[in-house]
Design a protein around this ligand. Structure first.
Ligand code: FAD
Length: 456
């Protein structure tokens, strides 16, 4: 039956179909995290909504699971799975901006780089990820944290509408007035509810920002982190930077004899009037002597691609995450113990601020529940050599174990590993039961389970 249905699928789909016998299958099954090595039954590179519907129906009728791939950045590799139908949205990357309404519509496979470039032409932007190759799809559905979160909320807070192919193969709209339950669940609930073929966002006047990385000595890291926890409480919402543990890459602005050393780096981004940028960042520069910095005015898309070179596709990835309400002295002590041991130039730990506009959304207004957390921490292990897997995952786990007692039970689903599935109820706190209800309504058979899964 599977073969017959496969022929039918080939007839129906305008895009590409790649099965194990096809020459480009091995290339097509690769995802961003090189640690993931799965063999899907078929990869459907959809050319449009009809293809998505055909692929969903094919999977459901054939008793196969579905893995949805947008930008391919999922660290647990949720964009592929053994024996699954991969719905690959790489050919669906269209973006349309409406500068009059201040909205932008992106197809489900678009990346933030292309989105930012398109909106920047009109001097507009919305909250997106800090790396340009990340997909708008996975990032928005999990919440979406970036430089503009404090001023404009999470990416999902800027979502006005979604077009969704559900498990029964229907296409539905999800907005504040239509299928409101689905719209609620899509804003933080991940890829659990269907394939989103288009996202429509509010966009805001942001053309240029003032920012970049400022490097501090490890011996000053405690002072910088203690400063950060106070500063961020009521810093202007135009400020959207974060401290990071990072090995200095070989870049011209860093003294050659310091390249390759670990530092506490304050990544800064001021999205207010450019002429106020220097004064806005002065309190950070004043905390301790600056080792090196690369700060100045730049177009918003430039800061969102400034670190792309550190994270090329094909690295090994293992990440852990926590929400944090208070960066206590004990939490800082745990950071000081593990941060300086950051093992590779690709790896990093970011303590993102998620207060400001993120806090003005009620914790039950969207699926994203942690509206009372001040920070979202990610411990992102990334390294090129698979022979180093044990050492690198051990660093991530050690860091996580040390900081977990000073953190909330839940973490941001998009920063988590595949072995974090048992944290799902904690990640959604009081919203979990409602998510289960929505899942039962839109995907009772759990066709979409390659994700941080909400079981129906
Ligand atoms: C280098 C790097 C930088 C990152 N930076 C940030 C950051 O700054 N801020 C932040 O919040 N997160 C960040 N993340 C985490 C990121 O949000 C998640 O990895 C997210 O899942 C990536 O989405 P994607 O579309 O690229 O991934 P994919 O692997 O393509 O998709 C991941 C999952 O999301 C779901 N999904 C994706 N698209 C759709 C769709 N159209 N319809 C339905 N389901 C879909 C599916 O369940 C899919 O399996 C980063 C990740 C990486 C690797």
């Amino acid at each position: 039956m599977a073969m017959a249905t496969m022929g039918h699928l080939r007839d129906q789909v305008r895009g590409e179909i790649l099965a194990p016998e096809d020459a480009s299958y091995d290339d097509a099954r690769r995802v961003y995290n090189a640690m993931i090595d799965r063999r899907p039954r078929v990869i459907v590179r959809c050319a449009g909504v009809d293809d998505v519907m055909a692929a969903v129906n094919f999977a459901r009728e054939g008793g196969l699971s579905i893995a949805v791939r947008g930008g391919s950045h999922s660290v647990p590799g949720f964009g592929t799975a053994d024996d699954a139908v991969v719905i690959d949205l790489v050919r669906m990357q269209g973006i349309e901006v409406d500068p009059t309404r201040k909205t932008a519509r992106a197809q489900g496979g678009a990346t933030w780089g292309a989105f930012n470039d398109a909106t920047h032409e009109h001097g507009l932007a919305t909250t997106g990820g800090i790396i340009s190759t990340t997909g708008v799809g996975g990032l928005t559905l999990g919440g979406g944290i970036g430089y503009l979160s404090r001023g404009h909320g999470l990416s999902c807070d800027n979502l006005r509408a979604a077009e969704v192919v559900t498990a029964d193969g229907r296409i539905v709209a999800a907005t504040a007035n239509e299928n409101e339950d689905l719209f609620w669940a899509l804003r933080g609930g991940g890829g659990n509810f269907g394939v989103v073929t288009a996202f429509e966002y509010d966009v805001h006047p942001v053309r240029e920002v003032y920012g970049g990385p400022i490097l501090f000595e490890l011996s000053d890291a405690a002072d910088v982190l203690r400063f950060y926890r106070e500063f961020i409480r009521d810093a202007p919402e135009e400020f959207g930077g974060f401290p990071a543990w990072q090995i200095a890459p070989p870049l011209p602005f860093i003294p050659e004899d310091r390249q390759g050393e670990p530092f506490l780096i304050f990544v800064t981004c001021w999205a207010g009037p450019i002429e106020e940028g220097e004064a806005a960042l002065k309190p950070i520069r004043d905390v301790a002597p600056v080792v090196a910095e690369h700060v100045g005015p730049m177009p918003y898309p430039a800061i969102n691609s400034a670190f792309d070179a550190l994270v090329p596709a094909g690295l090994q990835h293992y990440w852990k995450a926590n929400f944090v309400k208070e960066l206590t002295d004990d939490a800082i002590a745990a950071h000081l113990e593990h941060g300086p041991k950051v093992p590779t130039v690709n790896s990093t730990v970011h303590i993102y601020p998620i207060n400001g506009a993120c806090h003005r959304v009620a914790s039950d207004a969207t699926a994203f529940a942690y509206r009372d957390a001040t920070f979202a921490t990610v411990i992102a292990g990334m390294w090129p050599d698979p022979a180093e897997n044990d050492a690198n995952t051990a660093w991530v786990r050690g860091f996580y174990d040390a900081t977990a007692p000073h953190s909330e039970a839940g973490g941001y689903v998009n920063f988590m590993a595949g072995d974090d599935q048992e944290r799902i109820k904690d990640n959604y706190k009081g919203n979990y039961d409602r998510l289960v209800d929505v899942k039962r309504k839109y995907d009772p058979g759990n066709l979409f389970h390659h994700n941080q899964n909400i079981r129906p």
